[in-house]
Design a protein around this ligand. Structure first.
Ligand code: ADP
Ligand SMILES: Cc1cn([C@H]2C[C@H](O)[C@@H](COP(=O)(O)O)O2)c(=O)[nH]c1=O
Length: 216
């Protein structure tokens, strides 16, 4: 039975790597897939992992009908055995409905990979729809870690290392950005709620306010 599966996790937990591995294992057995992505850091039409692997993909435009695209491929004689979607949080809810239709009407497995929540802990519309429609939701096994050592569960947006809570929902970027740039850091809920990033935690430790006071 074909399935719509949502592989979700924080940024930097290995989603794109797993997407590439699942595609590789299937193509090694002669299966052919279509890989969709949107706004990958490596550029349009690319699916890239921080482990250095990258593959070509179909860049999803905001108004693209994914079901119609696959029907078009098949009617041109293309073989499609499965579908992979990376950065699925950026898709419109209607496009997630189209993926569900691919599973139900075309009998193809659809494997979608993405983060669930944004820097303000709000669901992305595409991820919300995936949670509503997916046959299965899988949490990635390799856990990303907060600077404190706890499991990272939330994505923070940072500017110059400090967490920000205002801004557009979508700003393409990466973890480990240089000072001053907009970047991201994964945190445990406690430190996301308190807005303590690795940089501000370090600064607090160094601050004279928190140095032990000599009573003498
Ligand atoms: N130099 C490295 N050595 C080993 N693993 C690495 C290295 N750099 C990144 N990784 C692994 O790659 C993961 C990020 O993979 P990626 O697929 O790009 O994540 P995601 O798509 O979830 O943002 C990290 O959590 C880490 O496990
Ligand atoms: C939290 C958050 C993230 N983004 C962007 C930043 C990256 O370009 C992608 C996530 O990619 P990854 O492969 O999972 O690391 O999403 C965003 O636009 N808005 C946010 O709030």
């Amino acid at each position: 039975m074909s399935e719509l599966v949502f592989f979700s996790g924080t940024m930097d937990c290995g989603k794109s790597t797993l997407a590439l591995q699942m595609g590789h294992n299937r193509s090694a057995r002669g299966l052919q897939g279509v890989i969709f992505t949107r706004d990958d850091r490596a550029g349009a039409g690319k699916l890239s992992s921080r482990l250095g692997l990258v593959t070509d993909a179909v860049e999803v435009a905001p108004d693209m009908d994914l079901y119609a695209h696959l029907i078009g491929e098949m009617s041109k004689g293309g073989k499609v055995d499965y579908v992979i979607v990376d950065e699925a949080q950026f898709l419109h809810p209607e496009q997630i409905d189209q993926l569900a239709r691919v599973v139900d009407d075309l009998g193809l497995d659809v494997f979608a990979f993405g983060i669930t929540t944004d820097f303000r802990t709000r669901l992305f519309p595409g991820s919300r729809r995936l949670i509503e429609l997916a046959d299965r939701i899988e949490a990635l096994q390799v856990e990303a870690m907060c600077w404190c050592g706890a499991r990272a569960t939330h994505n923070a947006r940072t500017v110059g290392g400090e967490m920000v809570v205002e801004g557009e929902q979508v700003v393409v970027g990466d973890v480990d950005q240089h000072e001053g740039d907009v970047g991201y850091e994964v945190l445990c809920r406690r430190h996301h709620q308190r807005r303590v990033t690795s940089a501000t935690a370090r600064a607090d430790v160094l601050s004279p306010d928190v140095l032990p006071v000599d009573p003498a």
